[in-house]
Design a protein around this ligand. Structure first.
Ligand SMILES: *[C@@H]1O[C@H](CO)[C@@H](O)[C@H](O)[C@H]1NC(C)=O
Ligand SMILES: *[C@@H]1O[C@H](CO)[C@@H](O)[C@H](O)[C@H]1NC(C)=O
Ligand SMILES: *[C@@H]1O[C@H](CO)[C@@H](O)[C@H](O)[C@H]1NC(C)=O
Ligand SMILES: *[C@@H]1O[C@H](CO)[C@@H](O)[C@H](O)[C@H]1NC(C)=O
Ligand SMILES: *[C@@H]1O[C@H](CO)[C@@H](O)[C@H](O)[C@H]1NC(C)=O
Ligand SMILES: *[C@@H]1O[C@H](CO)[C@@H](O)[C@H](O)[C@H]1NC(C)=O
Ligand SMILES: *[C@@H]1O[C@H](CO)[C@@H](O)[C@H](O)[C@H]1NC(C)=O
Length: 916
């Protein structure tokens, strides 16, 4: 026995283990596989359905996989996409043929990651991975009656969120075959073949080349697995084709150092399987070495014999112990059987066993471990190498496995010397501890699955799936926790012609503390290159959905009388998402679909600023593909107040090294509240626009002395003049648009918004009663009906809360002017665009011009018209410090809402750094 040890310690020597006892099988496997060894008799899957590779004579070209729509033993068509086939690795077709089962993700195979799965053994068919562990099928546990065993659906299949290739490797495993197996069954051959297989498979399946790729392996494949990842990585570096979008790897109860057995004894002691006395005696006599025992050490051997008597199922110490029919010893050095029952789970059972036992899956050669050459003594050095490359990894342990006990796994992870990012904590499923986890730098996550064995998902499929889907979803958009794709929307005909994702980002300590809702629309041009913008609507407290469907997004409501059905949406051609990816965010908390346990503390200017900043960094962690894009902050109306403070926070966050870095380029503000004294400009604006007489204007100036916002209540002359002004029946948002009386008589409470013109709030409120369809505000009614419709909420993946267009009450004003932020930001050379719809009295262009003038920037290019199709679309002026001011002629609050074409022209020119 200890010769194995010596050899493996001096790994230079290659030792071939030939197991004559397996000859009956291996001699068949060595020959041509058109006959498929072990295939006679009742089989879990039938040969005709698994479709052998196409006959070469009939189908020239590469042997591609075939779709499998039904399987004997499974009732009805398969509810997932299964393809099986061979990939030839040799020079000639029949040299080496690798068999695989490929199951497409049941979620979104175009976006979800692709994983190659290698079962352990070495030499266990990947069908075991499919049917016992992580795939969608399982065998019905029932007494075998001579007919094809029945298959059932396993609901917690990892293929729900990931496409998986289950591959039969090394050659000779499962349905894979080779002309000459000799010297083709070794660790390094397994590594090279897996790597070759993958690139060849991708050539045959080019639609998966760009998918994120993960290598998955368990048990013995913890040895070749990391070496395969290293080969793939090196292959990419030297430019092997096709490129593989390698993201990381995951290993379940992985053999790593081949010294796992040494931890079986302390593990068994910790689990209460052996007495304190036996444990002490073992420690004393064997000195910690239980794997390669000196055959002269009789005391140690005696103690081990006691231990061997334990009749424990080492794969899961809580599971039934079932005696195997075979008395053969397993010879591999890493699995020298202390507990004789080890091999019972590796072997196919030739006589029928108690159906309560794991491993009684039918008459089939599950594993063929013979003729295999162990070359890699430890995969630890590969982990060390891989840690420098930034790949993600998940290492999980069923914690009741004695074959690869969790403590062995923890020990080698500790030896990697990574720093701990998040220390040992329970992870939960449905409020129950499902296991424990710890995260390390270098993107490694360790997790145990409580009460599970070798390997974890086999015994705890639900927990296994929860663990996998959460981990894989950190980068991929699959978990319901993260954003979800929205492909259709009620009221819009056909699939959306742009990419919309909606979701929540949690800001609190616990999940339900604070949840921020967003709509994300990818640039329709080139989302990998185009800038990313975060958009904050005004109010405060107006849902960002309004910007999406009224202002800068690709959808609009069809203006038609509401008939009780879901209001109709149409495409808006001048969407800013044509050239820029936009996140529309519902903030402050309580706005739109965002919610929080305690709103009181969260609805104020500074909270809004901090939350927006936090939201953005968290969103980027979930969407790392956008971290390097140029970033712009966009806001309008009230958000002219928090907007510049948010930009300053982002900038400071970058300076102190907050992660991920944000590639902040600048900001743009539309008809932005800035000094909260905008109202004072309403009177001169109204005079300039011919809305009030010269006499009233002179009287107002004289009586109110320029202060029209905070009027002294004893100043009767001023109040009288203002009352005249209030009578004007003008739509303050756009003086040229219809004036519509609104249904609510509530007053707006914010100081900046004290209503001189009563109709101001009519545009802020959701309308519960119907208005005239000719009113711009009619769509406020439509959007409210739409957003509260059950079908819409389902498509948007809404969790809770009634939707209101704006909810501005309970909000605390803390920032009185954003002017000082502009002053600070001007030193940082960010680009900025400040635009004004020039017929807006709420934030009149002259207010905006006044504070820009007060910044004392020098003018680079003076006031000039900017054109669209040879017509004056507005006026613009550029300043030093990269600030551009622009008006949009004949538009209101805010500009693109009334002039989408001009708004789009202005935006697309500016964002491309072109002159307007
Ligand atoms: C592996 O198998 C192939 C095909 O059967 C054979 O040509 C080759 O010689 C074998 N490799 C080795 C190292 O023997
Ligand atoms: C198989 O390959 C081995 C190693 O390359 C070689 O020694 C042996 O002759 C080959 N057997 C056959 C039948 O080709
Ligand atoms: C780790 O990387 C170094 C440098 O590329 C290489 O020399 C070494 O062989 C690698 N280790 C393993 C185990 O492959
Ligand atoms: C971890 O740290 C120990 C002690 O400093 C050192 O001996 C060992 O080489 C380190 N391991 C790795 C993988 O860097
Ligand atoms: C909500 O937060 C406010 C301010 O922090 C606090 O006074 C109040 O007690 C909290 N309410 C609840 C229900 O926790
Ligand atoms: C502007 O920057 C200075 C220096 O960092 C800082 O002290 C000040 O608070 C900033 N102003 C605002 C409004 O944040
Ligand atoms: C602009 O110039 C005026 C007059 O010199 C000065 O009072 C003011 O502080 C300056 N503003 C800024 C932001 O530097």
């Amino acid at each position: 026995m200890n010769t194995f040890g010596m050899i493996c310690f001096n790994c230079g020597i290659i030792f071939v283990i030939v197991l004559a006892v397996f000859a009956g099988v291996s001699s068949q496997l060595g020959s041509k596989v058109e006959e498929l060894p072990g295939f006679e008799g009742p089989l879990p899957v039938s040969y005709t359905h698994l479709k052998a590779r196409p006959e070469k004579e009939e189908q020239p070209g590469p042997p591609l996989g075939s779709k499998v729509e039904e399987l004997p033993g499974f009732e009805g068509p398969l509810p997932f996409e299964l393809e099986t086939g061979y990939v030839g690795l040799g020079e000639r077709d029949d040299d080496m043929q690798v068999f695989y089962y490929f199951i497409k993700s049941e979620n979104d195979p175009t976006k979800d990651p692709l994983m190659l799965w290698l079962t352990g053994g070495p030499g266990c068919s990947s069908f075991s991975g499919l049917a016992f562990q992580i795939g969608p099928l399982g065998f019905k546990t029932e007494k075998y009656d001579g007919s094809v065993p029945n298959l059932i659906l396993r609901p917690h299949s990892w293929t729900k969120v990931c496409s998986i290739i289950f591959v039969d490797l090394p050659l000779g495993t499962g349905f894979s075959y080779a002309k000459n197996l000799t010297a083709n069954r070794s660790d390094w051959k397994l590594v090279h073949h897996t790597h070759q297989f993958l690139r060849k498979w991708l050539i045959d399946h080019p639609e998966f080349i760009s998918n994120e790729f993960y290598m998955g392996a368990d048990s013995y494949s913890g040895i070749p697995g990391p070496a395969i990842v290293q080969e793939i990585s090196k292959g990419n570096e030297i430019g092997l084709q096709p490129p593989i979008n390698l993201q990381g790897y995951l290993l379940g109860n992985p053999v790593t150092t081949r010294k796992e057995k040494n931890d079986q004894i302390p593990f068994s002691h910790g689990m209460g399987l052996i007495s304190d006395e036996l444990y002490e005696s073992l420690k004393r006599n064997c000195k910690g070495e239980y794997t390669y025992v000196d055959s002269t050490n009789e005391l140690c051997l005696r103690d081990l014999n006691y231990y061997d008597e334990a009749r424990i199922n080492t794969f899961n110490i809580l599971d039934r112990y079932c005696k195997a029919d075979s008395a053969k010893k397993h010879e591999g050095p890493w699995i020298r059987s202390l507990t004789q029952n080890f091999e019972s789970s590796l072997n196919s059972h030739l006589t029928e066993l108690d159906t309560r036992c794991q491993g009684t899956k039918g008459k089939w050669e599950r594993c063929f471990t013979g003729d295999y050459e162990y070359e890699i003594c430890s995969s630890f050095p590969f982990h060390v190498n891989l840690s420098a490359k930034g790949y993600r990894s998940l290492i999980y342990s069923g914690d009741h496995d004695a074959v690869v006990p969790f403590m062995s796994t923890q020990a080698w992870i500790r030896a990697l010397n990574y720093s701990i990012l998040q220390d040992w904590r329970p992870w939960l499923l449905e409020g129950q501890v499902a296991g424990y986890t710890r995260t390390y730098s270098n993107q490694m996550t360790f997790a145990t699955v409580k009460g599970s064995g070798h390997t974890a998902p086999e015994y705890k499929p639900e927990e296994g799936y929860a663990m996998f889907s959460r981990w894989i979803a950190i980068f991929a958009r699959v978990s319901s926790q993260l954003g979800s794709k929205v492909e259709e929307l009620p009221g819009f005909e056909g699939p959306l012609p742009f990419e919309l994702e909606t979701g929540y980002v949690g800001l609190g300590e616990r999940d339900d503390d604070m949840q921020v809702f967003y709509y994300f629309i990818k640039s329709e041009n080139d989302p990998t290159k185009d800038p990313l913008m975060l958009w904050l609507t005004g109010g405060p407290g107006c849902s960002s959905l309004c910007s999406l469907v009224f202002q800068i997004g690709p959808l609009r409501f069809k203006t038609e009388k509401y008939d009780g059905s879901v209001p109709n949406l149409i495409l808006m051609p001048h969407s800013w998402t044509k050239v820029c990816s936009i996140i529309f965010v519902d903030l402050p908390l309580g706005t739109g679909f965002s919610y929080a346990k305690n709103l009181t503390a969260n609805r104020r200017d500074w909270k809004l600023v901090h939350h927006t900043h936090q939201f953005l960094r968290k969103w980027l962690i979930d969407h790392p593909e956008f971290i390097s894009n140029e970033f712009y902050m966009g806001a309008d109306s009230y958000s002219g107040i928090p907007g510049p403070a948010i930009v300053q926070e982002i900038s400071k966050g970058n300076e102190i090294g907050l992660q991920p870095p944000i590639n902040l380029k600048g900001y743009l503000l539309g008809n932005p509240i800035t000094t909260r004294k905008e109202k004072n400009d309403q009177i001169p604006f109204s005079h300039g626009m011919g809305l009030i007489s010269d006499e009233l204007y002179e009287s107002l100036k004289r009586n109110c002395k320029g202060e029209y916002t905070y009027v002294d209540s004893t100043n009767e002359l001023c109040l009288r003049d203002l009352n005249y002004y209030d009578e004007a029946r003008i739509n303050a948002f756009n003086i040229l648009d219809r004036y519509c009386k609104y249904d609510s008589a509530k007053k707006q409470e914010g100081p900046w918004i004290r209503s001189l013109t009563q109709n101001f709030e009519s545009s802020l409120n959701s309308h519960l009663t119907e208005l005239d369809t000719r009113c711009q505000t009619y769509r406020n009614f439509l959007v409210t009906q739409w957003a509260n419709d059950g079908s819409v909420r389902k498509s948007l993946h809404i969790r809770e809360g009634k939707w209101e267009r704006c909810w501005s009450s309970d909000y605390e004003y803390e920032i009185y002017s954003s002017f000082p932020f502009h002053v600070n930001l001007s030193a940082k050379a960010y680009r900025s665009l400040i635009y004004s719809g020039d017929h807006d009295t709420v934030v009149p262009f002259m207010s905006t011009q006044a504070w820009i003038r007060a910044l004392n920037y020098s003018i680079l290019q003076d006031w000039r018209p900017w054109l669209l199709e040879d017509q004056v679309a507005g006026y613009t002026r550029t300043y030093s410090n990269q600030m551009t001011f622009a008006t949009v002629k004949d538009s209101g609050h805010t500009a693109p809402e009334y002039k989408p074409e001009e708004g789009y022209a202005m935006f697309s020119r500016w964002i491309a750094s072109k002159p307007l």
